[in-house]
Design a protein around this ligand. Sequence first.
Ligand code: ADP
Ligand code: MG
Length: 320
Amino acid sequence: MALSEFQLIHRYFESSRFAAATGAGVIVGVGDDAAVLRMPPESDLAVSIDTLVRGVHFPADMAPADIAWRSLAVNLSDMAAMGAQPLWFTLALTMDRADESWLEPFSRTLAEIAARFGVALVGGDTTRGPLTISIEIHGAVPRSGALLRSGAHPGDGLYVTGWPGLAALGLRRLGSGEVVSDDPAVAAFLRPEPRVAFGIGLRGLASAAIDVSDGLLADAGHIAERSAVALEIDVARLPLAAALQGLETREDAWSLCLSGGDDYELCFTAPAQSAGAIARLAQRHALPCTRIGTVSAGEGVHCHGFEPPRAGFDHFGGLA
Ligand code: ADP
Ligand code: MG
């Protein structure tokens, strides 16, 4: 490596570009043997880690700036699903060589999304090997107030934010090369927008929540399982983005919406008395939030009006 490990860390991850997000509670950040962090009072710590491997979680030719965005966005999305305020993250970066033409845009965009969401990079690890980005994120929730997958009750409504399926359409278009500039579907795939503020707004309103990474059906299935309930999805209520409405068949649009991954929308359940507050929250954040069904007694996720061809992506089982 032309650049030593320490020069690399200093130049790209300890640099002033991350200063915009020094983050609350950082006593010691990058540069010592460990970060020292102070939690806000009366809070619980929410911790999550996600690893992205080239060729597995993102296309081998994906631009470094897009990889940076995605690697932090997926972690921010986990915080959103817990109703947590993200505070700090660490970065374990593995790469073949210290390629500055890769590191420069990666670090720049990582700093950009970190500043946007107010999270501080407080440490990490740098190693040589096939390109892999692993980020661990830490956030705060009010004591005993985290949104869990396990709280859904029969009678609750089932909701989803935004436009599920749009990212999967974007990935399909990238794969087939039919990309036009400013395509909202491609943008949804390349620059997913974690619903952090909305997740925080759901504290005290939602009974259960999850973020949609593997597809709406697959992830709703985790709520059903953890809450020991059934979820009834009324397919006619699914929010279809304009790009999905424009597809040749409605079945294709529904399949993408139900089974496409990489959305990073929030899927959640809430009791009837939360409905008005949820509508106001959606309005305040200018984020569509659609009631797509109901929680009932039983198990599994049931689609009414259309039988989807496949569930989401499972890394060990392949396509289910
Ligand atoms: P140690 O050998 O004590 O584990 P390292 O040499 O791995 O320390 O790292 C030195 C400092 O740089 C530590 O504070 C560590 O958290 C930080 N660091 C290493 N790699 C990264 C990275 N990719 N991003 C941010 N900080 C990093
Ligand atoms: Mg050390």
